[in-house]
Design a protein around this ligand. Structure first.
Ligand code: SF4
Length: 350
């Protein structure tokens, strides 16, 4: 019986995997009025119901029809760790047995949820544990959105979303854009676009495509070096997309009013943490409306790189500030619960 049940489910539609347009197509194929689209979408994404039977403002006939064609599912939280500093890390099991991580980060009075977009990653950045595990597959719309819904079931007041967990969001372009549209839709998750940040390692063609989507979300770029030689060592992608070309693309990126691009800069001892590096960085970023996050590298077992001396991080920041760049040192959060991207999943998988 269980096998027959699963088989049936596989042929049905997961309502949580549908964009608003796809929901419109489904509703119109059933001969229903257009206003039903928003009703169903709101039950799924705002009221977060777990069954079609709970959609009480739909007719019984429509509920029956929907139940024959479709279902609503949830991801299960396989593990949750809470750090002394309040950071919470969630390990979510996917239906094919793979797992992904989402991290909830308290920052003053706000909660930020960092979500994954792929199982693993192709880009193999030298300082990243996820990259070392290789790439398995892209996440679909349901799996991206369900990370937000499942953590929201525990913590209602998530304010910011960052697409900065496992994977390169722009390498899973279609599913990521579809998911962001559901996040910002007034009938979907209703998250203001200015509260969403997509972080990329610099896929130039996809950044250009994103610019045309007009989503009004924030953009962060993981730069980590001020010259190609250094960046090539830690980010293989840089050989394909050199810094000059990346920065030219970012200069032309259409930012909403009062917004800036965030540059993430992971500081690694003796690799990219010198005064010289800070001066070069300040030079190459001229002309780009931006702010800079310095992230002192947190060393872990099996990696050759070391954390920088704190004095170097401060000197580095002071040079950038003297050149009028807003620069913040981001302290590593949740070190006691393996909060670095990919660590918890790595532990689970041994
Ligand atoms: S840092 Fe990001 S882009 Fe680089 S390997 Fe890790 S997950 Fe992929």
């Amino acid at each position: 019986m269980a096998i027959a049940g699963n088989h049936l489910k596989m042929q049905q539609l997961n309502l949580k995997n549908l964009s608003l347009q796809e929901m419109e197509d489904l509703v119109s194929s059933l001969g229903e009025k257009p206003y039903r689209v928003h009703q169903i979408y709101e039950w799924v994404f705002q009221k977060d119901v777990s069954s079609i039977g709970e959609m009480t403002n739909l007719s019984k006939n429509l509920r029956n029809q929907l139940s024959e064609l479709s279902y609503i599912s949830r991801l299960s939280i396989a593990d949750k760790r809470v750090s002394k500093d309040g950071t919470e890390k969630y390990l979510l099991m996917l239906e094919d047995g793979n797992s992904i991580e989402s991290v909830l980060i308290p920052d003053e009075d706000r909660l930020t949820l960092c979500i994954s977009t792929q199982v693993g990653c192709k880009l193999n950045c030298a300082f990243c544990l996820t990259g070392k595990g290789g790439f398995i597959r892209n996440l679909n719309h349901y799996e991206i959105i369900e990370q937000i819904l499942s953590v929201r079931r525990e913590k209602k007041d998530i304010i910011n979303i960052v697409l900065m967990g496992m994977g390169e969001p722009l390498d899973n372009y279609e599913n990521v854009i579809k998911s962001i549209k559901t996040m910002i839709s007034p009938h979907g998750l209703k998250i203001p676009a200015k509260r969403i940040t997509l972080s990329t390692s610099g896929l130039i063609p996809e950044i250009k495509k994103l610019a045309k989507e007009n989503l009004k979300i924030n953009l962060a770029v993981s730069l980590n070096a001020s010259d190609n030689e250094t960046r090539d060592k830690i980010m293989p992608l840089s050989k394909k997309y050199p810094i000059e070309e990346l920065l030219k693309t970012l200069k032309e990126y259409p930012l909403p009013p009062n917004r800036r691009i965030t540059f993430e800069y992971v500081m690694i001892k003796r690799l990219n943490d010198s005064i010289e590096d800070a001066k070069k960085l300040s030079n190459i970023l001229k002309g780009i409306k931006c702010k800079i996050n310095l992230i002192p590298f947190n060393s872990y077992e099996g990696v050759d790189y070391e954390a920088p001396d704190y004095k170097n991080v401060e000197d580095f920041r002071n040079i950038l500030i003297s050149q009028h760049y807003t620069t913040i040192i981001r302290k590593s959060k949740g070190a006691d619960i393996s909060a670095a991207c990919g660590q918890l999943r790595g532990k689970w998988q041994g």
